[in-house]
Design a protein around this ligand. Structure first.
Ligand code: E4P
Length: 308
């Protein structure tokens, strides 16, 4: 479990210089949580998003090809129709749509099309991994696209971020959001890291592969630079990015993604995330707690005495 005493108040000095996330809109009563982190729904399923949005639980949506497919899209045309519905439903709040083109030119063109559907569209650009799809692809495609879209005033969310280095480069390219995937990181560390080692330290990887080809010795395989418990790996990544962004007054928002449970929500809030994008099955239960339910039942029973 992420230790609360490891958290720093430094995040405040960064957030105070960023725009309000819950503006009061001219009301006499100022919003008491004007700079609170925003919560997005990590789903493309309209029937899940609608009640959460109408209840004020979320103020944005993130999607990806997997979530579009899960929501029932069987073609890109259907995915686009789904996206248009989402854009309309939550406007003016952000809808993050991921590009499926893989070349710089194709991605920029596709981003322009998606962005033309509403001012609330944010384009999700995978930061890297292009050579994994095809070794002949340019490894810098994502960064080039992110920078080109910034130049065109199109908002970018650099996705599939797994360490602070990637987050910094995304910010430098001009991304408005970076998405560290803390759940996938925790899953990976739990299954693959050797228990006797500090998790996430790429030096081990280099040591293990020192007799192999030169380029493998410089693989960007780090998760978190600071040592600690394997279970903390996700929030510690958020904390690292937050510390770096605070040090250098970087206003790119840290959009913590890939949640698996409630503890990770608390941990990411303590670690300095600006936005949490949360799956619907978790969001649906945010107002409840076993003791809240027990308390409510008791209040309800006792209130019967006041019935006429
Ligand atoms: C965020 O934008 C991503 O779509 C998402 O959080 C990925 O989560 P997963 O690891 O559950 O697929």
């Amino acid at each position: 479990m992420f230790n609360i005493y490891q958290t720093k108040a430094g995040t405040h000095s960064r957030r105070i210089r960023m725009p309000e996330t819950h503006p009061s809109g001219g009301k006499k009563l100022p919003h008491p949580a004007a700079r609170a982190p925003r919560i997005f729904a990590d789903t493309a399923t309209i029937s899940e998003i609608k009640p959460l949005y109408q209840a004020g639980v979320i103020s944005g949506v993130t999607t990806n090809p997997t979530l579009m497919k899960k929501a029932g899209a069987k073609s890109w045309e259907q995915a686009k129709e789904m996206a248009k519905e989402l854009i309309k439903l939550v406007a003016p709040h952000p809808v993050n749509l991921e590009l499926i083109e893989l070349t710089e030119e194709g991605m920029i063109k596709q981003a322009q099309e998606l962005a033309s559907w509403g001012d609330n569209v944010v384009i999700k650009v995978p930061i890297g991994g292009y050579t994994a799809v095809n070794p002949s692809f340019d490894p810098f495609t994502g960064l080039k696209v992110a920078h080109a879209l910034w130049q065109k005033d199109i908002k970018v969310n650099c996705t599939l971020v797994f360490n602070s280095t990637q987050a910094l480069w995304a910010a430098q390219a001009g991304a408005c959001y970076v998405s560290p995937f803390l759940g996938r990181l925790a899953d990976y560390a739990y299954k693959n890291d050797l228990p006797e080692r500090t998790p996430g330290n790429s030096l081990y990887w280099i040591e293990d592969h020192k007799n192999e080809k030169d380029d493998q010795n410089v693989s960007n395989s780090e998760y978190v630079a600071s040592g600690g418990d394997r279970k903390d790996i996700g929030p510690r990544l958020i904390q690292e990015i937050s510390a770096i962004f605070t040090n250098y007054d970087i206003h790119t928002e840290i959009l913590a993604a890939s949640f698996r449970n409630f503890s990770q929500l608390t941990e990411c809030l303590l670690a300095g995330a600006d936005i949490l994008t949360v799956p619907a099955n978790i969001l649906q239960k945010v107002a409840d707690h076993p003791l809240t339910s027990e308390g409510m039942k008791r209040f309800y029973e006792d209130s019967k005495v006041f019935e006429k």
